[in-house]
Design a protein around this ligand. Sequence first.
Ligand SMILES: NC(=O)c1ccc[n+]([C@@H]2O[C@H](COP(=O)([O-])OP(=O)(O)OC[C@H]3O[C@@H](n4cnc5c(N)ncnc54)[C@H](OP(=O)(O)O)[C@@H]3O)[C@@H](O)[C@H]2O)c1
Length: 248
Amino acid sequence: MQINVIQAGKNQPQSFQGQNVIIIGGSSGIGLATARRAKDAGANLFLISRNSQRLGEAAKAIGGATQIVSDIAAPRPDIFAGIDRIDHLLITAGTVQLQPLKDQSEADLLQVMNERLIGPLLAIKIALPLLHAASSITLTSRQFASRPAAGGAVVAAAVAAVESAARALAIELSPTRVNAVSPGWVDTPLLDGLMGDAKRQVLEQTASILPSRNIGAPDDIAQAILFLMANRFVTGEALHVDGGGRWV
Ligand SMILES: NC(=O)c1ccc[n+]([C@@H]2O[C@H](COP(=O)([O-])OP(=O)(O)OC[C@H]3O[C@@H](n4cnc5c(N)ncnc54)[C@H](OP(=O)(O)O)[C@@H]3O)[C@@H](O)[C@H]2O)c1
């Protein structure tokens, strides 16, 4: 039996030629790997983070990018000054400190919410005049949204809210698409701070129990992010790239 398929349009081959890709958190780890992939695909890169020296090193490493210093927890009103059009916005900036609730002050809790949720929403608000029908926004969640860890209550709440916000914004900002990527354990500088000298051992042990039997590399997540940016039929999605970590 022949099946009729409606082909109102086609996804274009994954080219970012001449497109403006803005990455908040682009100087390291997942953001830097995404920048590298987008640059290789022809994009104009704009990297945003807090430290100008690290931004400079990242821009050099990928062969050139515009660098903007801003803290996502309190984005500068002129964060996108000089950018005339946003084709793809990735917000991947973030830090993680796991701490029991009893040791966290109100200021600690608010800092996590500002960095993970309120700041990204404010950045999107500032970006609104620069977005167009074919733009995409990708937010970053974490596996903690569905698989909790002790010491991570506020992070878990914030990233679950990020996934919810992506769904709501996909409706509100339509036809601009809004998605979230939710990485599992990925070997980046973030984990050096979190695990210190135990990192190698912890990652090997984690890999041995993951269904994928490996830890993520930054480029595994970058590949998924470019998919979310490029596929015109994906919106309001939280894409889990976690080696199956939610199920063990
Ligand atoms: N690695 C993992 O296993 C993993 C797993 C799940 C989710 N994630 C999430 O993925 C995102 C990226 O993580 P990563 O592993 O790539 O980390 P990373 O290597 O430490 O990179 C983080 C990037 O964000 C920037 N940044 C951090 N805080 C910022 C702030 N307040 N304002 C602006 N920029 C900021 C950093 O630059 P500066 O410090 O110079 O500002 C850097 O460019 C984070 O949200 C993280 O929670 C990571």
